[in-house]
Every structure is written in C-alpha cells, then in structure tokens.
Design a protein around this ligand. Structure first.
Ligand code: SAH
Length: 394
C-alpha cells in the first residue's frame, strides 16, 4: 500500500484520505473478504453461484435482475426471495461493498460521490446531467499509478485497482441517487471511464464490468454508450482493437511532441507518440462505418496551446492518417497543480488551426469544477470550494 506524500499538497486536500489510513481496517474487511460480491457477477455466473448453494437456476436470474435492474443493494430489500434464501445469501454473499462518504452537488447539477471500498480506499464517481442524456464518469482504480503532471489524481499514487463489482456499483449508486432506487432513468445513460485511474491497467475488470452492464436484464448500458479513456497503454489499445463487443476509445494526448509529452505524461517514455499513434491507426482500421474514436487534449496555458503546437498536432495526426476527432479540454486547475487553463480565445485559435487542417475539433465544457468533479480533479477532496457549491453529507 502506497502512502501519499501529503506534504506536496494543500493541507485540507487529503484529510479524508489520511483518515482512511489511520482508521482501523476493521472486522468489516475480513468479513467482506469471505463474501462473494454479486454485483461483479454476470447473469450466467450468478446462476452458477446459486446452484453452488443448492438453489435452482431461476433464482440466479431473479437475483441478477434484483441487483442490476432493480438496483437493490441489500438482500433484505429483495422481499420476493424466501426468507431462508435471504439469510443464506447474507452469510455467503453481498449486494454492495461501496459506501458513500460524501456527496457534492454542483451549481450546474453535476454530482460528485466520494465513496469508500470495504477496505477503506477512496472511489470517486461523477454524475453529469445533460439535456438529452446523462453521463456517469466512473473510476477504474483508487488513485492512479501514472504521474501526469496536470492531474490531481496522480498525487494519490495507486492505491489499488477496482474489482468489476466496484466499477458496476458506482453506476448503480449514481443512478439510484439521481432517480430513486430502481427508477428508470428518463434519458439515456452514457458512461465514461475517465474518473480516477488508468482503465487499461485494469483491463480485465473493466471489460468484465462493461459486459455485466450491457445485459438487457440488468442495467442495459451497451458498450456503444461507454467510452474508456487511456493515457496510452499501447498493448491494450491493440487488444481492444480485436474485441467485438468493445467500448469506445479515447486517447489522452496532451502534447504534440515526445519532448513535451515525456514531461506532461511520463507514460510517454514507455510508449512514445510514434508507437501510440501507430496503435491508434491499427485501432481506427477496425472501426465500423460511422464509428470514431477521440483524442483528448488538455489545454495548459503557455505550455501546449501555441499556434505552432496546434500545427504540430494537426501534422502529427494527418501524418498517421488518423481521422479521429480532437476534444480540447480546458485545464481544470487545482492548488497543487503548476498549470493554468488556456484563455478561451487561445482555445478557439487552437481549434481554428486544427480545423483548417481538416481535423474535427470540439471544446469540452467543464462541468462540476466548483465541487472538484471535473476532469483531473478527482483526488478524494472533501472540501467544496467556489460559488454555488452545495455539500451534502452522504
Ligand atoms: N487515465 C485515463 C483516464 C483518466 S483522465 C487517461 O489518462 O485518459 C481523464 C481525462 O482527464 C484525460 O483526458 C486527462 O487528460 C484529463 N485530465 C486530467 N487532468 C486534467 C485537468 N486537471 N484538467 C482537465 N483535464 C484533465
């Protein structure tokens, strides 16, 4: 377990985080370790599980629907199951392992959930309502091992990778909070794996979770509605290219040259731009008509936002014959980070240059900045800052 170098960051920032380590890892952890987390099982696996405890297959399907469709998080609520079975389930399994520590509501409607795993690691999830759909940004790891210098999560280091159940449960919690337990969301739900962590360093759990969520008898969020973002783990990009029921792909670029990317995203030293974009090209060739993938480019004032860098970026993508679109993300500042967001006029100039060279470019609107819910701001921050923030204990 890696401990945070908390002297590098503001004093308030990691209060909860520190308390997570000083609090006793209590009986709950030992007890939970023995239980099967049903949230992380596919329907077929759940059927297998109930058969093992001597129950008929249909009970497995019934429990799968209770967990994934009715979004119930305790066996007590599953009143359509016989009492004896509920008791047996309580002894062998669990339908929830995460607890919500705090919940923050942004002036723009975005909600950030700071949760805790059963063994006391922080997990963050963001719910972003939009006119025509909702987006839930989930975490794939507690903390993150990558050391991107513009990202607050990096300061936590890697605590641990999340299990498939812990990934799926984030979505269940966010939907229940927004709409009520089991209520059908009025709009479509999109998922983005852009919260804390590097999803491609937890690839198996990520894919297992997306398959569980795609089940029509469960959450029914199909891979087409899921986008996972990677800092550039090349072997997994290649692997994703071979998977038929895969989620959409986004690549965090942040710099048009190896020289700069080595500094901003040290993972570039392992998989430099030529290799990364080569893998992207392979991936692009496997896309079906109408499908695209995305590059994300965080805009850092005076660092990666010049006209020259826009031309370099356009030339780089064109040279690799990539047709992916570029999302420019205004940097979300935070005290310990040594960067400022590029001014809006600079972002527009940058966009103009990319477009003049045939690259489809969008500027992503930051959401939930006032509650530390925006990209790169997830770091178990307990304080709400800024205007209009409304903190509600969870
Ligand atoms: N590890 C994955 C997913 C998490 S980061 C990845 O790197 O893609 C999700 C997105 O947030 C990335 O595109 C990243 O570049 C961006 N990001 C990180 N810190 C940011 C910040 N402070 N402001 C704006 N975007 C940021």
């Amino acid at each position: 377990m890696k401990r945070l170098a908390s002297q590098n960051v503001g004093p308030d920032l990691f209060t909860v985080y520190d308390s997570l380590f000083t609090s006793n890892l209590n009986a709950r952890t030992d007890e939970m370790d023995k239980l099967t987390d049903l949230v992380g099982l596919s329907q077929a696996e759940l059927v297998g599980f109930v058969q093992q405890i001597g129950e008929p297959a249909y009970r497995g399907r019934q429990i799968f629907a209770a967990v994934q469709h009715r979004r119930l998080r305790s066996f007590d609520e599953m009143s359509d199951l016989p009492k004896a079975l509920r008791k047996r389930l309580r002894e062998t399994a669990t339908a929830s392992t995460l607890t919500v520590e705090s919940r923050y509501l942004s002036a723009d409607g975005t909600r950030r959930f700071l949760m805790k795993t059963h063994d006391n690691f922080p997990v963050e999830t963001v719910f972003i309502p939009e006119e025509r759909r909702d987006t839930i940004c989930f975490s794939s790891q507690s903390g993150c091992p990558l050391q991107c210098t513009f990202c607050l999560t990096a300061q936590l280091g890697l605590l641990r990778s999340l299990t498939p159940g812990e990934i799926v449960e984030q979505i269940i919690i966010a939907l229940n909070d927004a709409y009520g337990v089991g209520e059908k969301p009025p709009r479509g739900t999109n998922l983005v794996g852009m919260g804390a962590g590097e999803p491609f360093l937890n690839f198996d759990s990520l894919l297992r979770a997306t398959r569980i969520m795609a089940d029509p008898q469960g959450l029914f969020i199909v891979p087409h509605r899921v986008t996972v973002s990677t800092a550039g783990v090349v072997p997994r990009i290649r692997e994703l290219a071979t998977i038929p029921d895969r989620p959409n792909l986004a690549i965090s670029l942040a710099a048009p040259t190896d020289e700069l990317r080595d500094v901003l995203m040290p993972i570039n030293k392992k998989w430099p731009l030529e290799e990364l974009l080569g893998a992207c090209r392979e991936f692009e060739q496997t896309l079906k008509a109408g499908e695209r993938f995305t590059f994300e480019y965080v805009m850092l004032d005076g660092i990666n936002d010049s006209d020259e860098q826009a031309r370099q970026l356009a030339n780089l993508l064109n040279r690799h014959d990539l047709h992916a679109k570029v999302n420019l993300i205004p940097h979300n500042p935070a005290d310990p980070l040594p960067y400022q967001p590029s001014p809006a006029t600079r972002v527009e100039m940058f966009k103009g240059i990319l477009e003049s060279k045939g690259i489809h470019t969008f500027v992503r609107k930051p959401r939930g900045r006032d509650i530390f819910a925006a990209c790169g701001q997830l770091a178990a921050v307990t304080q709400t800052v800024g205007l209009g923030a409304n903190s509600q204990g969870g």
